[in-house]
Write a protein that binds this ligand. Structure first.
Ligand SMILES: NC(=O)c1ccc[n+]([C@@H]2O[C@H](COP(=O)([O-])OP(=O)(O)OC[C@H]3O[C@@H](n4cnc5c(N)ncnc54)[C@H](O)[C@@H]3O)[C@@H](O)[C@H]2O)c1
Length: 459
């Protein structure tokens, strides 16, 4: 089939690459010429400047120029297309509602060109963006307004998790397709033929509105589950010294009905989706006069969780941040990515600067370059206090405290490096419980403060 993917970010580029791998002829389209130029090289170093996903550049190298093509010129690629996947950004407005500017503008550009196409075959406009429920009608109206003929609209939400996106796209747990007409379902069945009747993949056909709702309910449920562990389980471990959070987790998740995923307590969940999607659902439900107390609590717990170790350091470990040099390890919102959208580290850095630290030594194995943009001193003069390092060991040299803010494997069992590099008095703030043998450090007078445990500091 001939497919166009509009928007070559994390979702679009993975969708385009994996569809091209399955033998479709795929045209990946973006308004950002620098991205299209980089992807067109087929080179990992160029591709990963924009999207870093394990396995992705290998597929692009294999299929580029054969079944995968990149373009900024929609007009030249539109003829003969069976489906267009819209993978556009849908960020939050200040009031939590979804900003549909990119979505609308791309839909308008597509509609203008589709209205003039010569080939009048059925074409489906498929939203993979996470959009408020009923946005599919907006898409339909934009097409109608421009006089597009013989088209259908569909919702096919994306569930990928960054860092494992390629594997998930190759074998998703589910494919959700919402259409109004059987002929559109048929087109999408051909797109996803390899997933239909697969024993481990649920292929769900429903209305477009249900498909849109599935995405919001799924994401907010995941965040609520994470917030439950952080807001309840972790707190018991932090307040009662004989409650062991790791055993608590094992005991609770031994029940098949309770997921292990999300039960690992942390300094909050970041990433481009959780925060904005829950804010959007709160906004949507309020407009329907539905109580949003539960979702608001999930959101608030998660946001405060990102920084509360800094408060605990002051209140429970009696640590004074003023004029101290503090290392922040793990800047991306999780391991295996350079994406810092809504990362906990952003809140941590801001909180530390607010407490008057003299310097922050920052390190991430993949995200240092992203961090330099995120913490551009032209946005906030205090960001000048951030120095970047090429290894965790170098970053902690000369510091009086460190904060582990992501789950990069190299921070696990980091105690030896700490011991060899910095001497007590020293405070370790562990947002991911990455140092299981902390007792040894504590016995040598290091202070240790982790999510889910009481503070362990020398008397
Ligand atoms: N990133 C994730 O983990 C993830 C997971 C599931 C769903 N989603 C949803 O998928 C959507 C896309 O997310 P993303 O992370 O891929 O976004 P992104 O910001 O990484 O990529 C979006 C791309 O769209 C391009 N674009 C903007 N306007 C355009 C236009 N008019 N025409 C063509 N291209 C245009 C941008 O240049 C950019 O390359 C969002 O709605 C998001 O909520 C994201």
């Amino acid at each position: 089939m001939k497919l166009v993917v509009a928007g070559t970010g994390y979702v679009g580029l993975v969708q385009a690459a994996v569809c091209s791998e399955y033998g479709h002829e795929v045209y990946a389209y973006d308004v950002d010429q620098s991205k299209i130029d980089a992807f067109s090289t087929g080179r990992a170093d160029e591709i990963e400047k924009f999207v870093m996903e394990p396995g992705l550049s290998n597929i692009i190298r294999e299929t580029h120029g054969k079944s995968l093509f990149f373009s900024c010129d929609l007009k030249s690629i539109i003829e003969g297309t069976d489906a267009i996947f819209l993978c556009l950004p849908t960020p939050s407005n200040l009031d939590g509602s979804t900003n549909l500017t990119y979505f609308d503008s791309a839909a308008g550009q597509i509609a203008e060109i589709l209205a003039k196409r010569k080939d009048k075959r059925r074409i489906v406009l498929v939203s993979k963006s996470t959009v408020p429920i009923e946005t599919v009608r907006r898409l339909e109206n934009i097409m109608k307004k421009h006089g597009v003929e013989n088209f259908g609209v569909a919702s096919n939400p994306e569930f990928l998790a960054e860092g494992t996106a390629v594997n998930q796209a190759r074998r998703p747990d589910r494919v959700v397709v919402g259409c109004d007409h059987e002929e559109d379902f048929k087109i999408l069945r051909r797109v996803y033929s390899q997933f239909i009747h697969h024993v481990r993949i649920k292929y769900i056909e429903t209305t477009p509105e249900t498909a849109e709702a599935i995405k919001y309910v799924a994401n907010t449920m995941l965040l609520t589950y994470i917030s439950f562990w952080n807001g309840v389980g972790a707190k018991l471990g932090e307040k009662i010294s004989n409650v062991n959070i790791d055993d608590l987790r094992l005991g609770v998740t031994a029940d098949d009905r309770i997921s292990t995923w999300g039960s690992f307590v942390s300094n909050g969940a970041g990433g481009s989706c959780f925060g904005k999607d829950i804010a959007s659902l709160i906004y949507q439900l309020r407009r329907l006069n539905v109580s949003t107390k539960m979702l608001e609590a999930s959101y608030e717990v998660n946001e405060y969780q990102k920084v509360y170790l800094v408060d605990r350091a002051i209140n429970e470990a009696r640590f004074k941040f003023n004029n101290k040099t503090v290392a922040v390890l793990g800047l991306a919102f999780k391991k295996h990515t350079n994406d810092m959208r809504d990362a906990s580290s952003i809140k941590v850095v801001e909180a530390l600067l607010g407490k008057g630290v003299s310097q922050i030594n920052a390190y991430d194995p993949l995200a240092n370059a992203t961090a330099r943009q995120e913490f551009d001193p032209s946005k906030n003069i205090l960001f000048e206090k951030i120095k970047y390092f090429d290894s965790a060991k170098e970053a902690i040299q000369g510091t009086q405290a460190l904060f582990i803010s992501s789950d990069c494997e190299e921070f696990r069992g980091f105690s030896r490096t700490i011991e060899d590099t910095v001497k007590p008095p020293y405070l370790i703030m562990d947002g991911r419980r990455m140092i299981p043998d902390y007792n040894e450090l504590v016995s040598k007078n290091y202070g240790y403060l982790a999510v889910g445990s009481v503070v362990r500091c020398p008397a």
